[in-house]
Design a protein around this ligand. Structure first.
Ligand code: ADP
Length: 388
């Protein structure tokens, strides 16, 4: 089955065409600067497509040029927020699209763009089956004690203020692959998954289900990230608000100017590691804060899952930065975690164990592939919906 996977942002549209059975990518691309151009007519600067519909025309043309007259069977959308309703991928119809739209206030940067992507496809290919795969869905199994904030109940009941968690598609995919690597049925997998990319989150997995995760109401909570602060004392915001900072100032500071960037002046882990190795004290501090925060979460989640059977690293930093993995593992001695320096330094695209035989908890590197997971989920939903 050929599936077009769409990750639609407010000004960009990422796509892949995947052959689900073969597990291959037939073509992929990125359309940028949506809404910033005039679509090619008039005599102004041509910067990008006018809207998501025009971006989709470009995708269609590019796919056609690359792959000729192949038949797409379905489209799978990455949708950031599924709120409390969506615990699984769903076949999209009008009601579902409107339900996703109603969640816009919870993800004002992402869900409106996802809806634009869905509507553009609906208009262009009205009969094409479309599936929404939600970033929050895997975390619908969080127990209430993990998703509640200790604030007045009215904030939850009237405003939906609770922890939702994100990166679910990746955490679920990596959970399945990690269990397979350890020869365990996924229902018997208890472990901790650290998804460390530009955004980063860590999830506690018990019996194959998410029981806690570090991102909360938004993807800001939790770990130190490329440009996001992660956890801090909320009174800091009150303090700054009284000093005249606007909500927009605070949002920019916390989401775009903090994290590695705020501490070390650079949001790219490679550069921060290099700077630290050549003696940059700020870079060393940034790595210490970032690895310490993650180690604290891993310790907490070891308790949450009743004793982790594995610690798993994934995404850009988790898969590639042996230095950062070593910094984290060095802080986990109390759990009996011990990396094999040789295995940790090896580069590979395959899921692998990087701890010593004597490590109390095996440490794994398992490459994530969110597009693959979305394509597989889409194929599964479409196949089951046409079954007799
Ligand atoms: P996104 O969340 O945007 O998908 P990625 O998963 O691609 O992000 O992760 C980006 C991060 O991975 C960056 O901090 C980058 O420095 C880091 N990274 C990528 N490749 C390497 C590498 N070879 N060594 C160390 N860090 C790497």
């Amino acid at each position: 089955m050929l599936v077009l996977v769409i990750n639609s942002g407010s000004s960009s549209l990422k796509y892949q065409v995947r052959d689900v059975a073969a597990g291959t990518v037939l073509t992929e691309g990125l359309i940028e600067k949506i809404g910033m151009g005039n679509g090619g007519d008039g005599d102004g600067e041509i910067e990008g497509p006018r809207d998501h519909a025009e971006a989709l025309e470009q995708v269609d043309a590019a796919i056609h040029q690359e792959l000729g007259g192949l038949e797409l069977a379905a489209v799978g959308h990455r949708v950031v927020h599924g709120g409390e309703r969506f615990a699984e991928p769903v076949l999209i119809d009008n009601e579902i699209t409107r339900a996703i739209e109603r969640l816009n206030p919870l993800a004002p940067l992402h869900n409106p763009a996802n809806v634009l992507g869905i509507r553009a496809i609906t208009r262009k290919w009205p009969d094409m089956p479309q599936v929404a795969v939600f970033d929050t869905a895997f975390h619908r199994t969080l127990p209430e004690h993990a998703w509640r904030y200790a604030v007045p109940d009215e904030l939850y009941t009237n405003h939906g203020i609770r922890r939702y968690g994100f990166h679910g598609t990746s955490h679920e995919y990596v959970t399945r692959r990690a269990a397979a690597l350890l020869d365990l049925p996924v229902e018997e997998f208890d472990g901790v998954i650290a998804h460390l990319g530009n955004g980063a989150s860590v999830t506690a997995i018990r019996g194959g289900n998410s029981v806690d995760t570090s991102m909360g109401f938004t993807p800001l909570e939790g770990l130190v990230m490329g440009t996001r602060s992660g956890d801090l004392d909320p009174s800091i915001l009150v303090f700054l608000g009284r000093a005249g900072w606007t909500p927009e100032d605070l949002d920019t500071m916390l989401n775009r100017e903090s994290g590695l960037k705020g501490l070390a002046g650079n949001n790219d882990m490679r550069s921060v590691v290099e700077a630290s190795e050549s003696g940059d004290a700020k870079a060393a501090t940034a790595l210490a804060v970032t690895s310490y925060r993650l180690a604290k979460y891993i310790g907490g989640y070891h308790v949450a899952v009743g004793g982790a059977k594995a610690l798993v690293f994934t995404a850009g930093i988790g898969e590639n930065s042996h230095q950062f993995r070593a910094l984290v593992a060095d802080r986990l001695g109390a759990l009996g975690v011990e990396l094999d320096a040789g295995l940790n330094a090896e580069r590979s695209r395959d899921p692998r164990v990087i701890s010593t035989a004597g490590s109390a908890i095996p440490v794994l590197v398992v490459p994530t592939d969110e597009e693959r997971a979305i394509a597989e989920a889409t194929a599964a939903v479409v196949s089951s919906s046409v079954a007799p």
